[in-house]
Design a protein around this ligand. Structure first.
Ligand code: 1GP
Length: 229
């Protein structure tokens, strides 16, 4: 039904943050391709279900990016499962996935499950600290992770995650140059159309998060990248 490969723009909503009905409607009725619900801390069954039911009124794809076992629930179009390739903790490679499969494996529709290879690149971000990621990465490191995702693990998605800060286009280009099959997601610090355009030229799909909560108007402008493609 939905083809993720065609997605150019995703709004990522943090269930631990507050958003008005009006802003939510503006995001859901915008030109974005999908809404992703996900966050690093304080993601609970309660706040995920609340946000899911509010977004579900709108006719666009809805994704849950799994951050813990407690907040997994039916009702989403897709479940994105991160594996943090540069984490030093096996929990974030496949430990959580292993637990999730033990608990829910019998009821998962694997066509809805997308395994995302994450490279966490902002050492100051919550996700870097939580996953104990090695973030001192040069171009060759990024290339190796991209090869790992594309040629070794054959992952559908590589997510270059600068969460909270704007990344270096050269690094995104380095990943781009190594990917032939794997879809490249870029997220981090996109707070204007100019930045959205810059990263959308390099990545297949851009993820816009924080700016939603700082200025929904600026967030909405980032969807204009879709008019050019
Ligand atoms: C976070 O990649 C997303 O997981 C988006 O990043 O919040 O910095 O926009 P920002």
């Amino acid at each position: 039904m939905y083809d993720i490969k065609q997605w150019r723009h995703i709004f990522k909503l943090d269930p631990a943050k507050t958003i008005s009905d009006q802003d939510l409607e503006a995001l859901c009725m915008s030109n974005t391709d999908a809404i992703m619900i996900g966050g690093t801390d304080n993601v609970t069954e309660d706040n995920v279900i609340q946000l899911m039911s509010r977004v579900r009124r709108y006719p666009l794809p809805l994704v849950l990016e799994i951050s813990n076992l407690e907040s997994i629930m039916p009702g989403f179009d897709f479940y994105f499962v991160p594996t943090v390739l540069n984490s030093t903790d096996v929990t974030f490679h496949n430990g959580l996935l292993h637990q999730a499969l033990k608990q829910y494996g019998h009821m998962i529709n694997f066509e809805e499950l997308i395994f995302e290879g994450y490279v966490v690149a902002n050492g100051d971000s919550k996700v870097a600290k939580l996953t104990r990621a090695t973030t001192d990465l040069d171009r060759e490191d990024i290339e190796a992770y991209a090869q790992m995702a594309n040629d070794v693990y054959h992952l559908p998605v590589l997510y270059l995650e600068y969460s909270g800060t704007y990344g270096t286009p050269e690094m995104v280009q380095a990943a781009r140059d190594c990917l032939t099959e794997t879809q490249l997601f870029y997220g981090g610090g996109i707070d204007s159309l100019v930045r959205a355009q810059e990263m959308a030229q390099l990545a297949d799909t851009i993820i816009v998060g924080n700016v939603i909560y700082d200025s929904v108007k600026e967030a909405l402008k980032t969807t204009k990248i879709k008019e050019r493609t």
